[in-house]
Design a protein around this ligand. Sequence first.
Ligand code: HEM
Length: 379
Amino acid sequence: MRKEIRGYEAVRNAAKDFQTYSSDLLGDRDVRTYRQLPLEADPPRHTNFRSAVQPLFMSDAIAKHKDAFEAHAKSLIQAIDAKGGGEISSEFALPFVIGCLTIIYNRPQDYDEWLSWGPDVWTAEVHRRGAESASSETVHRERNFEMHSDRDGAVLQEYLDRVFDHAEQQVRTDPETQDVWDFISQIKIDDKPINRQEMQGIANVLLAGGRDTVIKLTTGLIWHLIGNPEDREFLAQNREWFNRTIAEMVRYLSPLPKMERVLAEDIHVADAERDTEKYVLLNFVSANYDRDIWPDADKIDLRRDRKPHLAFGLGRHSCMGMNITEHEVSALLTVLLDSWPNWVYATEPDIAWATDEDKDGNPIRFIDRFNKLNVKVAK
Ligand code: HEM
């Protein structure tokens, strides 16, 4: 059993203490051999890579896509309405998130390809073959850092080879026409161009980080709004509450429940020789369900007092995609509340629940994933 750090204060402290709990490790060891960047590095390497990619995540850079996000949400909602209903995670959340990423990264040509990978880039092959249930199971297992035979890095690798070969052969320097891979392939650190593995490491986190996390958040939000008309009414009248709503839903859903850290004494051991059983897990769910901070943590309360949750992490490695998440989900809320599509549950929501422990050993029950959220348009 790996050691887990639990509870609001302990997780906060450990997240800030990179000298004891280092991020200098290789994750997804079954499907890749290079580090995700800036995620899997400590300062100064971490700081260099984080600053280099920062322009992609600035609020202004994302806010300018508001109309495009809204138009995309609208067309997906209309498609569901046109057939009287549909399944939200696969027919709305996945295509919505993929569409927004193609807009932000200026890669509209990749929409169908990214969509074909499904909610998780590591199970793209299985998803393409149509084994949807296998892929959601795999996402669950990945979170628990178990290996699973359905996971494979080949689809992503073939894509990354192709796009970075192209970016290096047809160098585009005009920021108006550049896409995300042009930008990344031209990053320099200390005046030296980064190498191909480093490009892949950045690309990896850009494609994987904002995918199943935002899909879960989007699906969860729609699930909540359908079941709670009074919150829908409240938000329709109080749109300045969107970001607080997103914060409460992200706390409750904690889409990235745990992250690995390696103890400082082991960082000098080569990746292949490390005993990963000695890795420590920062348990973000236990922090977000700490009853000393939120006595009614199991409840979604959009109007609760504001206390910073840890679903986006904290400190140096805190989520760079928070602005992206907020802009995407605000666009969705705007469209949904401007004209509520009269969605009701078509069948009982099929939710997979997970259990964990808080810092005092008490059980925590939280949503692992939405298997199916079938809706229909009420007459
Ligand atoms: C609900 C949505 C999301 C959640 C819950 C989430 C959660 C997190 C968490 C907990 C971390 C910290 C990991 C650690 O401490 O080891 C993190 C880091 C990161 N996230 Fe997110 N994330 C979300 C969306 C996104 C999106 C949309 C993107 C970009 C497309 C993104 C990109 C990143 C990056 C680049 C990092 C690494 C930051 C660093 O190491 O300095 N995330 N995320």
